[in-house]
Design a protein around this ligand. Structure first.
Ligand code: UD1
Ligand code: CA
Length: 456
């Protein structure tokens, strides 16, 4: 049987007061609509169609990596109309379509799977995901008959006084039998308080034609829809709690979960300890037994086992096993730091490879360089990689010793087993096994202080 899905994302999201379309606002580092799409894929629904309208090009660009198809809703005439716009996607398909709102990012894959299972096993033509809430204001109400079978959904603005008292609400997540849905779309009208074509009316239409419809009630938190920045922060906090709990259950220690910000797609190995005020983003993987001390930001990076990071920023880079980074280090994109390396305080590494067991302990800049193994960079070394026009490459072999306060003016090569004297400005290749001294010779002028009359 075909399982496919439609995500409604054509609305404007006026209440966000943003130039970014609502569904592209991020929750735990990922766009809301992409949370929904990724959740569907986890629930084994591959064929996903996104209905776009307002800011269609932006929404398409924001979901480009997800391999979905699109339908276009020119005017936002209601959620039912949005589905009418995706008719082409549904036609000639037999099976079930799940419908989601692009602004409800907290729905979990296991819930979607349970909904599909109930829908299929019970032979329902439509199954609604609902929840029971204290304050149902604004939501569509689930109207049930005497035997508590679902009869219809009534939108808040269309409710009678009795219906307003119902506190089981429509989450706007559903499964439909595709043929039954298509048949019902022809019968939709906009004779209601908002003058819109409501998708919710499909339920009553199916029921009236004798079809079986059902509902599954879940926790309200999972169905939370984001219409404002306040709700965006609520969703962020709920999802953060869920993400942090998952990592702790997997064997990660979070010293203070409430101040730990881990992106939705981050992976962390067991026995890693994360101290407060860390931000770990994107597709970062932190392996086992690492210690991440406070105030670090690690983005789209791979951190191997037993790495220690303290007060540092690591972007789009790889850090090898047993390496220590920081305090106050900055590893910029496209860097590969080897195993058992020391990147110490106030060190910046940019687009460079640092070989195993090399030490760059303090106050050093290395950019566009390839550094071998077992090297030692003295305090205050600068790789002079930019000549004002081009970025040039520096190559340092294995076992090289770069004395303090040296400049390596690129392009330049320091061969293996060589030494650079402290304070040197190296502009030419240093051959293997040699010492390069590139500084003025020391001159002592004896008796100078007394002659000048400066003696105390
Ligand atoms: C909808 C439901 C309501 C439910 C609530 C849950 C309807 C008629 N009502 O109301 O029963 O309790 O969600 O949050 O469906 N959209 C389009 N095109 C349109 C209109 C909306 O794509 O023409 C999209 C929006 O971008 C949004 C989603 O559909 O992602 C929901 O639309 P919204 O206007 O927020 O519906 P609600 O009034 O919240
Ligand atoms: Ca809504």
């Amino acid at each position: 049987m075909i399982k496919c899905a439609i995500v409604l994302a054509a609305g404007e999201g006026k209440r966000m007061k943003s130039t970014t379309p609502k569904v592209l606002h991020k929750v735990c580092g990922k766009e809301m609509v992409n949370h929904v799409i990724d959740t569907m894929r986890k629930a084994h629904i591959d064929d996903v169609n996104v209905v776009v309208g307002k800011s269609a090009e932006k929404v398409k660009a924001g979901t480009e990596s997800r391999n979905v198809s699109y339908s276009f809703q020119d005017k936002q005439l209601g959620t039912g109309h949005a589905i009418i716009c995706s008719k082409e996607f549904l036609e000639n398909k037999k099976g079930v379509v799940a419908v989601f709102a692009g602004d409800a990012p907290l729905i979990e894959a296991s819930t979607v799977e349970r909904l599909l299972e109930l829908h299929i096993n019970e032979g329902f033509k439509a199954t609604i995901l609902t929840s029971v809430v204290e304050n149902p204001t604004g939501y569509g109400r689930i109207v049930r008959d005497k035997n508590s079978n679902v009869e219809k959904i009534v939108e808040h603005k269309d409710c009678s006084e009795d219906e307003l008292k119902i506190n089981e609400i429509n989450s706007a997540i559903y499964c439909f039998d595709i043929e039954s849905l298509l048949k019902s779309l022809d019968k939709l009208n906009n004779n209601n308080a908002q003058g819109e074509y409501y998708l919710t009316d499909v339920i009553g239409i199916l029921k009236d034609s004798g079809d079986k419809v059902g509902a599954m009630a879940i926790d309200f938190e999972e169905t939370l829809g984001v219409n404002s920045r306040v709700q965006l922060a609520e969703a962020e906090s709920l999802l953060r709690e869920r993400i942090n709990k998952r990592h702790m259950e997997n064997g990660v220690t979070l010293i203070d979960p409430s101040s730990t910000y881990i992106g939705a797609d981050v992976e962390i190995g067991c026995d890693t300890i994360i101290y407060p005020n860390n931000i770990i983003e994107g597709n970062t993987i932190i392996n086992e037994g690492c210690t991440i001390y406070g105030n670090s930001r690690i983005s789209n990076s791979i951190i191997e086992n037993s790495v220690t990071v303290q007060n540092s920023v690591i972007l789009e880079s790889k850090v090898g096993e047993g390496t220590t980074v920081g305090p106050f280090a900055y590893i910029r994109p496209e860097s590969t730091i080897g195993n058992h390396v020391k990147i110490g305080d106030f060190v910046e590494i940019k687009k460079s490879i640092i070989g195993d067991n090399t030490k760059v302990s303090h106050l050093t800049y290395i950019g566009d360089a390839e550094v071998g193994t077992h090297c030692n960079f003295g305090c205050g070394t600068v790789v002079v990689n930019y000549d004002g026009k081009n970025k040039n490459k520096t190559v340092v072999g294995d076992n090289a010793f770069i004395g303090c306060n040296s400049n390596l003016v690129s392009p330049v090569k320091i061969e293996s087993n060589s030494y650079v004297a402290a304070g040197s400005t190296i502009t030419n290749e240093v051959p293997e096994g040699s010492l390069a001294v590139a500084r003025a010779k020391q001159v002592n002028i004896e008796g100078w202080v007394e002659k000048k009359g400066f003696k105390k």
